[in-house]
Design a protein around this ligand. Structure first.
Ligand code: PEP
Ligand code: MG
Length: 555
């Protein structure tokens, strides 16, 4: 028996024969440079071929996983049109006399390298996308390698990595689980596997080996383990766990299209936290009541320059349109500290977590803020958009943004550009904001409590520092007092108050949050179903704010 360990990214347990998928090696490629014009022509041909392939894959995704799978291939098509990428290839061909094959790989590597140093998993994923597109272009240039074998594969599929295109050759009927060496936790492959409901483990070590082909295997995505040639005893234990898990999963799936209503008929709002168009798919899949937090700073990261107003407008408009009548809360760029692109970095800060960040950064970069506000007001014509301000500590910050909004609106109107004023809310994620939430509530349209930063700043413990884990109390009474104070002040002014930090997804806390008057919980799409299930099993009586019941959270 051999055990390989990785990370389970789509839950489930599968038992079966291992099928090792070995991609046909592209072969030692040694093509000579045949002149810049010819190489560019070959590159352009490969781009057109890949674009056609991606359109076909988009249709296949629509058929197999619904509209949720489509934007993945759209994102790939956008990389194919990315000016930075295209210019880099052009330069490598013309300046460095590289053949098209080398140029696409090199351009992919260099663009991905600008994204990889970022800590954020979202940007790491963008880097993976760029590399996947470059690799696929390379394959087009050296001659395509068939993926037909995948369509015939059965059992537990193991491979170094898979592309979304290859995923489209797989069906849940044939493949009971996927185990990969090189995919990342938030990779598109993982998202696709989630949509197709195929258990998946990524990053397994030690590495996979073609000799494993044909072995009996257990893929335990709950524990991220791949067990090869299991003993009879392990096998029967796993069979029992597989049954139990399938039951739980089936139970959760029943909540996909349901409304979130308690046993006695109270409707509760669950919204989604998203970082871009890709996450929207998951949100729509689980039928959320709106986007409670769109972290737009991710649109600014991992690039060489800020996205233009026009680029932002297109994205905000698309989110608004896809959400239809459901509200979309767009948080203005929460840049600074760990989320600071190189092109905006000025002087090093001694203590960036308390430095020029969030709304302070926005107010220092009025040009960028104006462009973002303008994009938002224009997109607001197409849906129910509102604006959320991060890291607020004073009323004056809110008033400055309101003034700017009026000015931007005036300017757009003069230009004859369709636009609409939007409600303005603040993140309550600093102790200062919570403590003046009575004043803030009189001047804004809604609150959204960011428990991640509220906990960090209230306890003075860096949320990124793993070494502090043993000192951290996610249920610190000080944080809960500030939450309570904020919600009370919101209720006094009759404005909605949601929770969008990680605590919103804590199913043990939702009766408490609902009891004190929180109006919505905004969570990442994968956390929607367990939360909905919990709420649907509650009665309003369970919400009652009995301090006794919640004592453990206040001590
Ligand atoms: C928070 O601080 O709780 C929050 C939702 O914002 P972020 O996690 O993006 O800082
Ligand atoms: Mg925050």
């Amino acid at each position: 028996m051999t055990r390989l360990q990785g990370t389970g990214v789509v839950s489930g347990i599968a038992i079966g024969e291992l099928y090792y998928y070995e991609k046909e090696a592209a072969g030692e490629h040694k093509r000579a440079f045949s002149g810049a014009a010819e190489e560019e022509h070959r590159f352009n041909e490969a781009v057109s071929q890949l674009d056609i392939e991606l359109i076909a894959l988009k249709d296949a995704a629509l058929a197999s996983v619904g509209s949720q799978g489509v934007s993945l291939f759209e994102a790939y098509r956008m990389i194919l049109q990315d000016l930075l990428f295209l210019e880099e290839v052009h330069t490598l061909i013309y300046r460095d006399s590289m053949c098209a094959e080398d140029a696409v790989l090199e351009a992919g590597r260099s663009l991905a390298a600008t994204l990889l140093p970022m800590e954020d998993p979202y940007l790491k994923q963008r880097a993976e996308d760029v590399k996947a597109v470059a690799q696929r272009l390379f394959e087009k240039l050296v001659g395509d390698h068939g993926v037909e074998t995948l369509a015939q594969a059965q059992g537990i599929l193991a491979a170094q990595n898979l592309t979304p295109g290859e995923m489209m050759h797989i069906t849940k009927e044939n493949i009971s689980a996927i185990v990969l060496e090189n995919a990342a936790e938030n990779s598109h492959i993982a998202i696709l596997a989630g949509l197709m409901d195929i258990p998946m483990i990524v990053g397994v070590r030690p590495e996979l080996d073609p000799k494993m082909n044909g072995l009996t295997a257990v893929a335990d995505a709950e524990r991220g383990a791949l067990i090869l040639s299991p003993t009879e005893e392990i096998l029967s234990q796993m069979e029992i766990r597989r049954e139990q898990l399938a039951e739980t999963k089936k139970l959760l799936q029943q909540y996909t299209d349901r409304e979130t209503i308690t046993q006695d008929g109270k409707r509760v709002r669950i919204e989604a936290n998203i970082s871009g168009l890709v996450d929207l798919d998951g949100a729509l899949q689980y039928n959320v009541d709106g986007v409670g937090l769109f972290r737009t700073e991710f649109l600014f990261l991992g690039r060489k320059e800020a996205p233009s107003e026009e680029q932002q407008y297109r994205i905000y408009r698309k989110v608004a349109e896809r959400m239809g009548s459901r509200p979309v809360v767009i948080r203005v760029m929460d840049l600074g500290a760990d989320k600071m692109p190189d092109y905006l970095k000025t002087a090093e800060e001694e203590n960036p977590a308390m430095g020029l960040r969030g709304i302070r950064f926005c107010l220092e970069h009025k040009g960028l803020l104006r462009a973002q506000l303008s994009a938002i007001l224009r997109a607001a014509v197409y849906g129910r958009i509102s604006i959320l301000l991060p890291m607020v500590v004073s009323l004056s910050e809110v008033l400055q943004v309101r003034e700017l909004l009026e000015d931007v609106k005036r300017q757009l109107t003069v230009q004859g550009e369709p636009c609409r004023m939007v409600p303005v809310g603040v993140m309550i994620e600093t102790p200062a904001a919570a403590l003046i939430s009575d004043t803030l509530a009189q001047n804004v349209d809604f609150f959204s409590i960011g428990t991640n930063d509220l906990t960090q700043y209230t306890t003075s413990m860096d949320r990124q520092n793993a070494k502090l884990k043993k000192y951290m109390n996610p249920y610190h009474p000080a944080v809960f007092r500030l939450i309570r104070m904020t919600v009370d002040n919101a209720r006094k002014e009759n404005i909605p108050v949601s929770i969008c930090g990680e605590l919103a997804a804590d199913t043990t806390l939702c009766p408490y949050f609902l009891s004190i008057g929180v109006t919505a919980l905004s969570v990442s799409p994968t956390r929607v179903l367990p939360l909905r299930k919990t709420i649907c099993e509650l009665r309003v009586d369970d919400f009652t704010d009995r301090n006794d019941q919640w004592k453990e959270y206040f001590s």
